[in-house]
Design a protein around this ligand. Structure first.
Ligand code: SF4
Length: 357
């Protein structure tokens, strides 16, 4: 980086997903609704850097507490169990442990790196690309990824109830160029099945919408979320459902996570994976190759490898584009074409993701 780093202030500028979770404002997830296994698992999630380090046999000072005040730690037990005990460099741990580098300000790294706010045409509705519209259906996640491009998104401004969604749904109904609605967040699967079914039902009432795409990290980090009631909801609609999960490292795709992905795939829902290229986590051909192989072996097709979005506090994760291009070339030599993800970057104002190779 050529820019001179400065220290970020400790005060929060926008609401984080965790603040929203604590506010219990969203209708989709209410902490008192914890009857299902996944809701019980969510309740047990680790929520401090000290506990995270302690559980892994690490010095609690490895984690940075100031950074976690700005963007709190949330790590489900299942994800923790896939980390290596006693290894501060574990690639799963590095995705979720706040570190001191997050407090370094780098000018190119900003609060809204992909222009979400300028793409908001109604509350909760983002329109960037032709034929598709994206709904920010809630602001809560089961895990907090330190590189998240929406870590400063103003979720509190978005609709809280199904009624609040009406202007966004009216806008989708009025735009006949749209054929696909993407459910994003936060994580859309943090909504209860009942709420999710209601929202999908409302979207299905719009005749020109043919597909629904669900972007969720829950099958990876909270595999118990992929239960039969959820599969019934997402496969019980006239809309073709496409599922996009988010795993970055092969060590994520084992045990209960692999079982959850098998359940999804065996239910007949096309399932794709998007990963983010992250320094010190998956920036080697060996880890990317194994990630892609494990995906394909589970029936999950590698979709995108994203160049990091330049969000504040994430500069230490960035891998140079030239290195990413070399990695993709090496992957092409090792894998069949269908197993190599597209290496892309989101550039504000472009009509699609920009291919980097
Ligand atoms: S699960 Fe997705 S939206 Fe949630 S913190 Fe991670 S990257 Fe961000």
């Amino acid at each position: 980086m050529s820019a001179t780093p400065q220290m970020l202030p400790n005060s929060k500028q926008t609401a984080t997903p965790m603040e929203i979770s604590n506010s219990a404002l969203l209708e989709g997830y209410r902490p008192e609704n914890h009857g299902s296994a996944w809701q019980q698992d969510l309740k047990q999630a680790i929520r401090t850097p000290g506990e995270l380090c302690e559980r892994l046999g690490l010095d609690p000072e490895v984690g940075n507490h100031a950074a976690s005040e700005q963007f709190p730690v949330v790590v489900p037990e299942s994800f923790l169990k896939r980390m290596k005990f006693g290894d501060p460099g574990d690639p799963l741990l590095r995705q979720v442990l706040p570190v001191v580098e997050e407090n370094v300000s780098v000018p190119e790294f900003v609060g809204d790196p992909v222009g979400d706010l300028s793409a908001r045409t109604e509350k909760g509705l983002l329109q960037k690309y032709r034929g598709r519209a994206l709904l920010i259906v809630n602001g809560v996640c089961a895990i907090h990824c330190r590189y998240c491009f929406r870590r400063e998104y103003p979720y509190l401004e978005e609709p809280k109830s199904l009624e609040d969604w009406q202007p966004a749904l009216d806008a989708v109904a009025a735009d006949h160029s749209l054929s696909e609605v993407i459910l994003s967040g936060g994580d859309p699967l943090m909504m209860t099945d009942a709420r999710l079914a209601q929202l999908i039902g409302r979207i299905a009432e719009i005749n020109h919408i043919q597909r629904i795409r669900i972007h969720s990290r829950l099958p990876i980090v909270l595999p118990s979320r992929v239960d039969q009631p959820l599969i019934d909801v997402i496969s019980g609609t006239r809309l073709q459902t496409v599922f996009v999960v988010h795993a970055n490292h092969p060590a994520e795709l084992v045990n209960d996570c692999a079982d959850a992905l098998r359940r999804l795939v065996q239910s007949g829902i096309p399932t794709l994976n998007q990963a983010v290229l992250l320094r010190g986590i998956n920036d080697s051909v060996e880890s990317l190759e194994l990630l892609c192989k494990r995906c394909v072996n589970l029936g999950v097709m590698p979709y995108y490898l994203h160049q990091l979005d330049r969000v504040s506090g994430a500069a230490h994760f960035e891998v140079p584009v030239e290195q990413g291009q070399r990695l993709i070339e090496q992957l092409r030599e090792r894998l069949p074409g269908y197993a190599v993800p597209k290496y892309v970057q989101e550039i504000v104002g472009e009509p699609s993701k920009t291919p980097l190779l």
